[in-house]
Design a protein around this ligand. Sequence first.
Ligand code: ATP
Ligand code: MG
Length: 463
Amino acid sequence: MHSLERIGRYRLERRLGAGGFGVVWLAHDDVLDAAVAVKVLTENWVDRLDIRERFLSEARLLRKADSSRVVQVYDIGELPDGRPYFVMEYADGGTLADRVEAGPPPVAEALRLTALAARAAADLHAAGIVHRDIKPSNLLLRTAPGGADRVLLADLGLAKSLAQASGLTVAAGSAGYTPPEQARPGSGIDARADVYSLGALGHHLVTGSVPGPPGRTERADRLRTDIGPDVGRALLRAMEPDRERRWPSAEAFAGELERLADEVAAGRAPAPRSGRRTALLVLAGIAAACAAAVALTAVLLTDESAASTLTVEDGTGRIAVEVPAAWGGQVRDSGWNPRSLGLQDGTEPGLVVADRLARWPDLRSGVDGAFVGLSEHGDVTGAVRAITHPGCHYAGSHSYSGARWHGLIRTWDGCPGEDGRLTEAALTSTGSGARPQVYVQVRQESGDDDTADGVIASVRLKA
Ligand code: ATP
Ligand code: MG
């Protein structure tokens, strides 16, 4: 891309980010003396007239919504080289994606933010528009002096759905947010597709983890023990694979979220089942646990030598790993996207098991657990070698060779969370060619190498 200083009358200040179709700049409108955001279509789409047209029709539709909850579009134009752009309201508070990355907000706030997103979607629906790509990076925050943050819905998913329908690969990043009907071309999309994505947003904000594929999502109150079953049920109803069973509208879902947020804030939330986590931990180690543990997820928890370790499988049954029993409080078994390591976009088998899953996404919080993800493509070793963890001290790497695997292990210590230690491995199966590879991350609040090595050595794959 050529380096730009101005677009039309807008003076570019810095790049705010880039997505699958465009680059977004912070710019200054010298005429109105106001900060604006300018989104320019990426060069590689310029020759696709249909994508160009959709890009611009997105801007026109956003205007049509004419709602203070939907990002305002001020201007549309074209660069001399043909790239179209549109100029919109600048959101100075970042996106909800930045917000979740910093760790899940308190429950009442997570529910309120989701309710605001649902109200914004309802305004679009009232104008006859379905968004189709509601996700954290498309929800922008605008700070109000002395007041509460405003949530603005941005970026319709029009161009994306066109590209998907024509079989083009788009860096989607929307895994976990897409309702089943949207993945089936020709099945007809209505406002309830957005209700599904709003449910995914609520689940992500409340638990800190992206929900699994449709129908395979654990209830939020099973991932985070300090919330009541009402919250879990409301979010899961939004994510029903069958849209007839979802909340009938974004508005109805917003109303329920607001009610729940008020309840939580007033401390009137139905108490989470007391002692649940302890009960699971104790039960999980013994054979009688199987029935109780199945209620947790579809994961298999079996007793191992003297009840000191647990074997956990992912939802597809391909991966199994053994962890100390005390780590086995919570499991997410619904896969991962290797794109998070810079590898090919997609969903592959993967699982996280940890004592407190809600803490997993935040490297600054102490947690004991393990992540195992399989990758059929790309160079996992190279990707693992490139990872850095700001805030942790890099303690070195060594090569690993075991009965099932060989590969690279890297260790970080002094991570926040007291004496936190992080061990990462890129593993290639011994004997059976280069594929698939496995990425393992072990997190320990205070740990020794032997435990991490034991977890890594225990990883097994089924064909
Ligand atoms: P996708 O292409 O899947 O929509 P995305 O939402 O991350 O991915 P863009 O919509 O191109 O990509 O936006 C890129 C980034 O620019 C956003 O993540 C956000 O951080 C920033 N951004 C977009 N619009 C605005 C805006 N109006 N004000 C402030 N920042 C914005
Ligand atoms: Mg976007």
